[in-house]
Design a binder for this molecule. Structure first.
Ligand SMILES: Nc1nc2c(ncn2[C@@H]2O[C@H](COP(=O)(O)OP(=O)(O)OP(=O)(O)O)[C@@H](O)[C@H]2O)c(=O)[nH]1
Length: 143
């Protein structure tokens, strides 16, 4: 059961589409809906679009430093790895400033550690591969 009505859902989708069309920062969503409860963040990065890594890092940093997301698990998906010359996982971690900053794949118990779960998984949405492992990883941190 979704925590909002069908009408709310339509409004949320419509707002998101406007955001996408105007290429506004996803971070602004948090500013406009400050009380919105977020259980997890899935951050999709185009691993082929290396010229925009700096922009992706800036946006991610804004989300990571938001107090309301301090304990929220972050799943970073590096998409489009089916394209030759897409960045490798290590390369993406480096450009997003996540080297030595992720919390480990598989089952990692972070309860009582005060550490926010954060991990990078590479995927190809068109080939339907990679993201399943990421969502499985993330689900262990959502009650
Ligand atoms: N090869 C490949 N193409 C993909 C994949 N996922 C999405 N696409 C394609 O990417 C195109 C959409 O571009 P996106 O990069 O998602 O987004 P955008 O519209 O360019 O805008 P931004 O969000 O600003 O990057 C569509 O043609 C999709 O089919 C993937 O895993 N592999």
């Amino acid at each position: 059961m979704l925590p909002f009505s069908h009408f709310d859902f339509v409004i949320i989708v419509a707002c998101y589409m406007l955001w996408a069309v105007w290429s506004l920062s996803e971070y602004l969503v948090l500013c406009v809906f400050p009380g919105f409860q977020v259980d997890a963040v899935v951050y999709l990065v185009d691993a082929y679009d290396k010229e925009r890594f700096a922009e992706s890092k800036k946006e991610l940093d804004a989300l990571l430093s938001d107090e309301s997301l301090a304990n929220v698990p972050f799943l970073i998906l590096g998409n489009k790895i089916d394209i030759p010359y897409a960045a490798s996982e290590d390369e993406l971690r480096y450009h997003l400033g996540l080297t030595n900053f992720t919390t480990g794949k598989g089952k990692v118990n972070l309860v009582d550690s005060n550490v926010r779960p954060l991990e990078v998984f590479m995927c190809s949405i068109v080939r339907k591969m990679g993201y399943g492992d990421g969502f499985k990883w993330m689900s262990q941190y959502i009650n």
